[in-house]
Design a protein around this ligand. Structure first.
Ligand code: GLA
Length: 386
């Protein structure tokens, strides 16, 4: 939908014009998976698709939530803005508003909100982070709170913890808040220092393959991974004080890894320590223009997520393995939380048609689901559109 169409939809929904229009993007992570909550570095890019929020003030003490993607319409009085609502979509923006209120920020008027997003839902491309960050950005602007983009990302993350009950890291919200066109974000998730790194891929494109796998990001399995990493840290602390797994080099980890007595926690920790090294090597390779090396590290990342972290599953494995067979594919791996969702691949431009045809038909034959492919455009982070 165009901004003009969205404004007409707002007029129709609320019988008055929108006063402002905001946008925040989804993201794709190139490498550095399941390391954000372990204090490691990640390398995501914001996408050109995301979530729009149109709003206008109202003179009642209520916030009205509508979405063109959802059927439930919710209207909440000021006293009900800090409690989560079952499993409704409204929890994502509501959780953000709750964070403003919990910090003692006052709402002087009510608001009419209308959301619309074009990030495929449940695809691991952070449609929920886009929804959270667009809400945080909009209220920061409306209420004049002056939070910087890092704080807005943290507000989104807290909302996810408290209202969606997923103990996620900061990567998705940070990428949505801080994206920059044609750049990836090299973010240190411990210090939150970051740099934009130009993604110069001569004759190569980023292709996202959506498995359309019915499994959604399973918050139970995700939270379990977070807990397993915490257990590994606790057991390692018997021999060396650390706060995060990402503090250890592979050599340091190998020296003390026998302190982890739980075999599952040991595998999880091994993935994290290896992924931290791969991410650092991959960013250096990209800066040096060595795309081939970047691609090999992507493949190794997938294998580690498959064997040690166990967050891929047959659909993501099939999609990556079929991609590896195609000539002109530089690298391919699952992206995001896993358990379904998307892979990200670097594909030579002249091989893209073959890639889509061959990977698409092999995947459909083996899994029985028609996949979808997008050529990623790296876009800017959260902003006011009008
Ligand atoms: C999800 C979470 C992120 C991150 C990724 C895995 O997208 O929201 O914080 O942990 O999974 O890298």
């Amino acid at each position: 939908m165009t901004v003009q169409e969205l404004k007409s939809a707002f007029q129709e929904a609320y019988g008055k014009p929108a006063e402002a229009v905001y946008f925040s993007p989804g993201r794709v992570n190139l490498i550095g998976e399941h390391v954000d909550y372990n204090g490691g570095s990640v390398f995501p890019c914001a996408l050109s698709f995301g979530t729009y929020l149109l709003l206008a003030k109202n003179d009642k003490r209520v916030v009205n939530f509508k979405s063109l993607n959802q059927t439930e319409v919710v209207s909440l009085g000021f006293d009900n803005l800090t409690t989560r609502l079952g499993k409704l979509w409204v929890n994502y923006p509501l959780g953000v508003i709750a964070q403003f209120l919990k910090q003692g920020i006052e709402f002087k008027t009510g608001y009419d909100l209308l959301f619309w997003g074009n990030v495929p839902n449940g695809a691991g491309l952070s449609s929920s982070a886009a929804l959270e960050v667009v809400t945080a950005y909009a209220f920061n602007d409306q209420l004049g709170t002056g939070f910087n983009r890092t704080v807005l990302a943290q507000i989104g993350q807290k909302s996810e913890h408290e209202f969606a009950l997923v103990n996620c890291g900061i990567m998705d919200q940070f990428a949505s808040a801080n994206g920059a066109k044609d750049n990836a974000i090299h973010l240190n998730c411990d210090t939150l220092e970051f740099e934009h790194v130009p993604v110069k891929l001569d004759g190569v494109k980023i292709v996202i393959s959506n498995t359309h796998s019915p499994h959604k990001l399973d918050s139970g399995a995700y939270n379990q991974r977070v807990a397993e990493c915490k257990l590994a840290v606790e057991q390692l602390n018997k021999v060396r004080p650390i706060k995060y797994l990402a503090e250890l080099s592979e050599a340091q980890f190998n020296e003390i890894s026998s302190a982890i007595t739980d075999p599952v926690a040991l595998k999880r920790a091994r993935h994290v320590v290896g992924e931290v090294q791969r991410t650092s090597d991959a960013i250096k390779a990209l800066k040096a223009g060595n795309i081939e090396k970047f691609g090999k590290l992507m493949n190794a990342s997938h294998v580690s997520l498959r064997d040690d972290y166990e967050v891929t599953g047959p659909e993501l494995d099939c999609m990556a393995e079929e991609a590896w067979k195609v000539e002109g594919v530089i690298g391919s791996r699952m992206t995001g939380g896993g358990f379904g969702g998307c892979t990200v691949s670097l594909v030579k431009e002249d091989a893209i048609d073959t890639f889509i045809k061959e990977v698409g038909s092999a995947y459909e034959a083996k899994i029985g689901i028609k996949p979808e492919f997008y050529i990623a455009e790296i876009g800017d982070g959260a902003r006011r559109v009008e």
